[in-house]
Design a protein around this ligand. Sequence first.
Ligand SMILES: [Zn+2]
Length: 336
Amino acid sequence: MRILSANRSSRSTTNATKSSTSTPVSSKQEETGCADCSSSRTEGRQGFWQKVKDRYPLVDFNSLPEYLRDNEFILSHYRADWPLKETLLSIFSIHNETLNIWTHLIGFFLFLGLTIYTKTMREDFGKFMAPLMRKPATRWPFFIFLGGAMFCLLTSSTCHLLCCHSSRLSYILWRLDYAGIAAMIATSFFPPVYYTFLCHPKWRNFYLTGISVVGVMTVMVTLTPRLQKPKYRTLRTLLFFGMGVSGVIPGVHKLISHSHEPVTLTTTTYELFMGMFYAVGAIFYATRIPERWRPGRFDIAGHSHQIFHILVVAGAYTHYRAALLYIEWRDTHGCD
Ligand SMILES: [Zn+2]
């Protein structure tokens, strides 16, 4: 596999070099007297990647050091023990983590954009919607959730990019990744619980304190070294799954105590969709479908972890839409 990768890349470079030498000289290049500038820059870039490919070829599963052996159904296109610079730059090259990095990096920028949008546009909307003499509902629980989502997506993306550098960095980043997932689940409770139980501070504080304590405990469990081995994957998945499912309790409470409010039905529908996205994502994550059916077929695109990532972003976005409904409701419906 190592030899195959090197041969393929040297062939593509030869073809690319041929095409660059046959490119006609543009009038701008003639004006500046620098006809070879763009082709030499292109060759420089290709030269860099060629050196990287020669010195650090992508390897197959059997050549991996122990700390990178995680999914035996992904057979090839691994980076292993790369220096930090090459590892960082590999964000722009094709390997079996490329889509894992970008699915959550794009998700991070999506939520960054939503945070800016909510802070600017929605703030004015709240002031407009809130009746005279009443302040719009506070936004901090909403931003807690957006912060948790961005932290989760960014740590995940960073982890997938840099974990191949060394076992030590891999160990630290995987812990951060799990901490990010726990943070996103815990902070997701804040908008629905805060706005639903705005006028019932005892229940509000009970649920928010409860999920904060459980979130911190989950992070501590994920930091325990002996629970990080691949054989504990299902246990870890169940732990996070259980934390998410505990959201059913305040959800049912809302359905009972606020059954007369139209917003109850709409937000619950969004929350059911969110739960479905996360649950299906967790199933893909744990079962490693579809790559277990055809090992090696989904190394670059289509393997379970990429599907899991996309479903996580979809679930978080659905939750964002539900949280907007809560805010609109509380901008117009206070406690008096
Ligand atoms: Zn991931």
